[in-house]
Design a protein around this ligand. Structure first.
Ligand code: NAD
Ligand code: MG
Length: 390
């Protein structure tokens, strides 16, 4: 039996992971499940999967979680310290599916106790790529990518030598607004930004797909995970979302990964790696699909892609600044305080202000420095938004 834990178990990736595990409960010994607000779901899954512990990140919900787990034998805990403690419990495979930089610390704890870390939480790599890769190395374990594009690249690299890789092409669906006129984007509403044409995901990543901040994070994630140069990474709009990524080799060959837009493929690949097992995903009928489309991304429409390039060139802790500013700008958009196009302007302004403080960007990549920078960037983003509003 493999010991597994799932952080962010109540979210979209978490629920898809549970779907796979629940199909073969005899194969897994579930150690920890975490969530935040959705106590009923967390308790239901913890009971069903007989987890050792269920953790809610929301300290104020401990009593609710205890009540929901009464008589089940599942331990209930709450808060940041409890989350870290649960991530430190020995497990063989840990799913990192919390959204945002809040996922970094539990991911590090899981690596420190030697678990293989299945990483959906792309923010970890964006904020602290070097730190998380180093932690994996030092503990003789590894990360497995779960983001669909990165799982696709990873699969394209099996048996290949990195020195033979010329470029990596990350596809983008174009999100909810790919066919909107540019001027209309200014007035895009929360509801409009929260529906994705191809993928069923959490609200935050869905909005990030519409703005291409998700793709921006993924470009940085590609650089960090695969150790390629920024100028080897390309992105192309591919509205069908059937090719997830393409690896280009020095001999001119392109290896594309094709599959249905279902995260259970990438999750299942990471769960069974290095084996391939039967997965409950649709089989594509190519004749029915008939054709695939590719369009050059319009950088005026997607300033986030330009910002990602700057971050990749700058390196250091600029990824932590970029991600934190983006998280705050997204909070403000969700709260109705800023418009859709304001998000990129706020992030750009925060990055510019940090340029005046190069010592911070170039500080050593320790967890403390990353979290401090994350905190500062959130404050600066709030400042920028207040100034713009006033
Ligand atoms: P989601 O919003 O559906 O779920 C987020 C999970 O994190 C929930 O369990 C929630 O309770 C928990 N959470 C939220 N804030 C937290 C906090 N401050 N502390 C601790 N826990 C917290 O998100 P999702 O769509 O499942 O995405 C999860 C991660 O996976 C994100 O990093 C996302 O970018 C990445 N990802 C998602 C998809 C997808 O298809 N959904 C695809 C690729 C990558
Ligand atoms: Mg992705």
């Amino acid at each position: 039996m493999r010991r597994v834990s799932i952080f962010g178990a109540t979210g979209s990736i978490g629920q898809n992971t549970i779907d796979l595990i629940a199909r073969a409960p005899q194969d897994y010994d579930v150690v920890a499940l975490s969530g935040s607000g959705n106590i009923a779901q967390l308790a239901k899954d913890a009971r069903r999967l007989k987890a050792d512990v269920a953790v809610t990140a929301d300290e104020t919900r401990l009593e609710d979680l205890r009540a929901a787990l009464a008589g089940s034998g599942v331990e209930a805990t709450a808060g940041q310290v409890a989350l870290d403690e649960a991530a430190s419990r020995p497990a063989d495979w840990v799913m990192s599916a919390i959204v945002g930089s809040a996922g970094l610390r539990p991911g590090l704890r899981a690596l420190e106790q030697g678990a293989v870390l299945a990483l959906a939480n792309k923010e970890s790599l964006v904020c602290a790529g070097e730190l998380i890769l180093r932690t994996a190395r030092e503990n003789n374990t590894r990360l497995l990518p779960v983001d669909s594009e990165h799982s696709a690249v990873f699969q394209g690299l099996v048996g290949e030598d990195m020195s033979a890789v010329e470029r990596i092409i990350i596809t983008a669906s174009g999100g909810a607004f790919r066919d909107w006129p540019l001027e209309a984007l200014k007035h895009a509403t929360l509801a409009e930004a929260s529906s994705h044409p191809n993928w069923d995901m959490g609200q935050r990543i869905t909005i990030d797909s519409a703005s291409m901040f998700n793709k921006a994070l993924e470009l940085i994630e590609t650089k960090e995970y695969f150790g390629v140069r920024a100028n080897q990474i390309e992105t192309i709009v591919h509205p069908e979302s059937l090719i997830h990524a393409i690896v280009g080799f020095v001999d001119g060959a392109l290896m594309a990964h094709v599959g249905p837009p279902d995260m259970r493929h990438a999750i299942g690949y990471a769960l069974h790696y290095p084996e391939r097992r039967d997965l409950p995903v649709a089989r594509l009928n190519l004749a029915q699909i008939a054709q695939l489309t590719f369009v050059e991304p319009d950088l005026r429409r997607y300033p986030a892609l330009r910002l990602a390039r700057n971050v990749m060139e700058r390196g250091g802790l600029s990824g932590a600044v970029f991600n934190a500013a983006k998280e705050r700008a997204l909070d403000a958009f969700i709260a109705g305080r800023i418009g859709f196009l304001d998000m990129a302007e706020v992030v750009e302004e925060v990055l510019t202000r940090f340029e005046a403080d190069p010592g911070r960007i170039d500080a050593a990549m320790t967890l403390d420095n990353v979290m401090q920078t994350d905190h500062l960037a959130r404050e600066r983003a709030d400042q920028v938004m207040e100034e713009r509003a006033g």
